[in-house]
Design a protein around this ligand. Structure first.
Ligand code: ATP
Length: 268
């Protein structure tokens, strides 16, 4: 297994409609990545406007970096290799060298393709004197293979990295990622949009005030908001199960649960 995951566009389950509150980032990714891939012949006419070979998504955990990367691949019709950094760093140097070149040559064969590296800083952090020689050589090899992509303008392979710690990245890596997007904690308005999206197909109590909920959740990431809604839904299901047990008396009653009676309620 050379990469932890290889996904074809048809199997990517998320699209831009599954992302809320990040319209500006989406618009910029549409222009910088999706359009050049979808209209390759048109874009070939200009050397000035090509899909970037590197894209960096940075920001705190749970704010949608992985979601955006996958959705971009889906929208652009690109294959998606989710490269697990641990696979490279856990191997002996010779082996990780082979794996790295295998990933790049696979990507070139199946292009257009995104090689996605989550926590890219853990692999391509600033070089320092304490670096093991093998680590330093691996980084150099990675960069050489990456540069090889730029010499072939017909192939669209993009390395897309995500990190919570952009400051730890090697400057040489940052230079190779000219398209950079900060995906920060959502604002109150963005939290409202995310909540609406998460709850769009749920049955929620009439007393739930999403505006107030957005206000109260300052500091929550998209992932925290999803978890909060999930917990509320589980809480309500438990209540319904308890009620149904009490009504049947024996505790053996089978609760009838469906989406229409799973509510989210707000406590003051
Ligand atoms: P990490 O740095 O921990 O890898 P991340 O920034 O890559 O985090 P994701 O894995 O993309 O975060 O997001 C986790 C989950 O949170 C998503 O699968 C989604 O359910 C939800 N989520 C986060 N941000 C958004 C958003 N803007 N719109 C809708 N859902 C979101």
């Amino acid at each position: 297994m050379i990469a932890s995951h290889l996904v074809v566009p048809a199997d990517i389950t998320v699209s831009w409609s599954d992302i809320a509150g990040l319209d500006t980032v989406i618009q910029e990714l549409r222009e910088s990545v999706v359009l050049p891939v979808q209209h390759k012949d048109l874009f070939k006419r200009s050397k000035l406007w090509q899909a970037p070979k590197g894209v960096l998504l940075h920001g705190p955990p749970g704010c949608g970096k992985t979601l955006i990367a996958k959705a971009t691949a889906k929208e652009a019709g690109m294959r998606f290799i989710n490269l697990d950094v641990a696979i490279l760093t856990d191997k002996w140097y010779g082996e990780s060298q082979k794996l790295t070149s295998a990933v790049f040559s696979l990507a070139a064969k199946i292009e257009p393709c995104i090689i996605f590296i989550d926590e890219i800083d853990s692999f391509l952090r600033s070089r320092n004197l304490n670096d093991h020689e093998a680590t330093a050589m691996m980084k150099t090899q990675f960069m050489m293979l990456w540069d090889g992509l730029s010499t072939n303008n017909n192939s669209t392979v993009i390395v897309m990295g995500a990190t919570n710690r952009p400051q730890d990245l090697d400057k040489a890596i940052v230079r190779r990622m000219p398209a950079q997007f900060h995906i920060g904690l959502p604002s109150e308005k963005q939290r409202g949009d995310i909540l609406k999206l998460i709850l769009q197909s749920e049955e929620i109590s009439q007393d739930v005030d999403l505006n107030r909920l957005s206000k109260l959740t300052n500091g929550f990431s998209g992932s925290d908001l999803r978890e909060m809604c999930r917990n509320a839904s589980v809480f309500r299901m438990r209540q319904l199960i308890e009620t149904s047990r009490d009504q049947s008396g024996s505790g053996l009653g089978v609760p009838v649960l469906n989406r229409t009676n799973v509510n989210i309620t707000m406590d003051d």
